[in-house]
Design a protein around this ligand. Structure first.
Ligand code: PEP
Ligand code: MG
Length: 583
């Protein structure tokens, strides 16, 4: 077995922990033979797994809230009874003895027999009990796979993943959130790239993470001690004591460094030569404002509103959207909220049930974001009214994603005017002069930034998509995620063009893509003239530290030189040198 593995580092930080191999689906159970003398040992293993499953259920029962509906508590009791049912226990044990096979196989065989009996029943209620049997058996199987002291992350309550390093094929953003509640140490996945939404979420939650580790689930064993380095992408397996001591000291230093960063909380962001920089945060839900405020009391430069659609898997009403925005505004206590209109499609899609029409082969180039909104004006007007209504309750600006042409902006403005008229007729308050901006996410928009700037109040560079479309790689295709490179000269030229258009047109240019949150690019971006950053909550203070220690004139001089370079490797090296020189 290798002593180290490497993947794509997507979320910084070092952590040490035991592996928890997470199977969203249980792996195929294979049969293996055991000797006659090992039968009792195998039965003990089965009993330990069963006892652990029982412990987990009891723990869940004690931790659930008092007002939990009765049928949920009852379902836990049913599962506890089933765990001790002789049909499940004794027959599995007999099977191990008789066939001299592993516990997983014996348990599976027994469950299949029980399910067959249930299938033959006529009573529909009893038939549904077969799901309970499967759940109980799955719980024991997970304990067999991961060892007795582990637990299943798919439990919303009572799980014990604290300080574990999760090893999975892939994680959904929901899995990641759930695991974060259980205070996992970090995660490793076989799939995913730096721009996958799970990677973005890991960064915003501050969970060290590595993705794209081929075969991780097979190479890494449950309970094995691992060191995960989210900055280098290295995973050290069962490292020797002296390495562990070194990593522990690095973790301590990092903790201390982060603690010191809090001195900057709520301080202004301003360069040494007096240039004020706006530093806002990105959010996906109103609750995220709370996380933002843990780091800094500031505004929101990107609110990804489509998450509300995706999480509920339906189109929310105008009222629901309005309430949602108002909640975010309330938590912001007077700081501005930039609401991005829904960016549905491609990597942010509703479930199949809400999709119609032919199969789309190229969704990233298809009917997504503003294109979709303009195709369905009723859907769009619903959101425009909700945003306008929210603007009556605090400082709100509206931002349009995936714009390629001024004609789209003209259509949006027409619809905003229509929404205003409708609200006036309903006698609802809103900000008549609400600011409207566009995201620069495709090369066409960057090239036409001067035209867009002349019609809009602000522009915001969405580097995740801008890099995807400039370098012609699909941001959710793992095979090509290596092509993501914010330092590609073409990308830098498009960013510079957008910044210049803002300067000439006296329009604010912000950056809200992941590049803005990555400290290795901060000095270069400042030097190029970026004055507005919208970043992950977790990066706010790191970025502020760099801003407050920078001298803009010196950075401008260095950045001009870097922009003349043509090879991405040369640029990377020059940026590293810039960072070293001024750190
Ligand atoms: C971007 O494309 O950079 C961006 C901020 O939008 P999203 O990641 O939501 O597509
Ligand atoms: Mg985007």
């Amino acid at each position: 077995m290798p002593a180290a593995l490497k993947g794509i580092a997507v979320s910084k930080g070092i952590c040490i922990g035991q592996a928890y191999v997470y199977y969203r689906e249980l792996p195929e159970v294979l049969e293996y033979s055991i000797s006659k003398y090992d039968a009792n040992k195998e039965i003990k293993r089965f009993e330990r797994a069963r006892d652990e499953a029982q412990l987990q259920l009891k723990k869940i029962k004690t931790t659930i809230a008092k007002d939990t509906p009765h049928d949920i508590t009852q379902f836990i009791d049913t599962h506890l009874l089933m765990l001790n049912d002789p049909v499940l226990y004794e027959d599995t044990v007999s099977h191990i003895h008789a066939r001299l096979c592993n516990a997983e196989w014996a348990l599976q065989a027994q469950v299949e027999r029980i399910i067959k009996v249930f299938d033959e029943m006529d009573d529909p209620y009893l038939k549904t009990r077969k799901d309970d049997i499967t759940h109980v058996a799955d719980r024991i199987q997970r304990c067999l796979i991961n060892g007795p002291e582990n637990n299943s992350p798919d439990e919303k309550i009572g799980s014990n993943l604290k300080d574990r390093i999760i090893v999975a094929d892939d994680l959904t953003p929901a899995d990641t959130l759930l695991m974060q509640h259980q205070k996992i140490a970090g995660f490793i996945t076989e799939y995913g790239g730096p721009l996958s939404h799970t990677a973005i979420l890991a960064r915003s939650l501050g969970i060290p993470a590595i993705v794209g580790v081929n075969n991780a689930k097979h190479i890494l064993q449950a309970n094995e001690w691992l060191v995960l380095d989210g900055s280098t992408g290295e995973i050290h397996i069962d490292p020797p004591k002296k390495d562990l001591t070194r990593f522990r000291s690095l973790i301590r230093d990092e903790r201390q460094r982060r603690k010191n960063l809090f001195d900057l909380k709520n301080k202004s962001s301003q360069t040494l030569d007096g240039l004020k920089i706006t530093l806002h945060g990105n959010i996906d839900r109103p609750e995220d404002v709370r996380t933002l405020r843990q780091f800094d009391h500031t505004g929101v430069g990107l609110y990804r509103t489509e998450i509300l659609f995706i999480e509920h898997n339906e189109i929310p009403s105008e009222e629901a959207q309005f309430e949602n925005y108002k909640r975010a505004l309330r938590s912001l206590k007077g700081h501005p909220l930039t609401i991005r209109t829904m960016d549905l499609g491609a990597d942010k899609e509703l479930s199949d049930s809400l999709q119609h029409g032919p199969l789309i082969h190229n969704p990233a180039l298809g009917l997504r974001a503003v294109r979709r909104c303009l195709k369905d004006p009723e859907l769009f007007l619903n959101q425009l009214r909700a945003i306008l209504r929210a603007s009556g309750y605090g400082p709100v600006q509206m931002m349009i994603p995936m714009v390629t042409c001024v004609s789209e902006i003209d259509q949006v403005i027409e619809l905003v005017d229509q929404a205003k008229l409708e609200l006036k007729a309903r006698r609802m308050r809103f900000d008549e002069h609400i600011k409207i901006g566009a995201m620069i996410e495709v090369p066409a928009a960057a090239l036409a930034a001067d035209c867009l700037a002349s019609r809009l109040d602000f522009l915001s560079i969405g580097t995740n998509d801008l890099i995807q479309y400039t370098l012609a790689f699909d941001r959710i295709d793992d095979e090509v995620s290596y092509l993501y490179n914010p330092l590609h000269p073409a990308v830098l030229k498009l960013i510079q063009m957008t910044l210049n258009a803002g300067e000439t047109g006296s329009v604010n240019i912000s950056m809200c893509g992941e590049m803005a949150s990555d400290t290795q690019y901060t000095r270069l971006l400042l030097g190029m003239g970026l004055k507005n950053f919208s970043v992950q909550a977790n990066s706010l203070l790191d970025i502020k530290r760099i801003i407050n220690n920078s001298h803009i004139e010196k950075l401008r001089f260095e950045s001009e030189k870097i922009l003349k370079l043509s090879h991405p490797d040369q640029i990377k090296q020059a940026v590293n040198e810039l960072n070293q020189k001024f750190s």
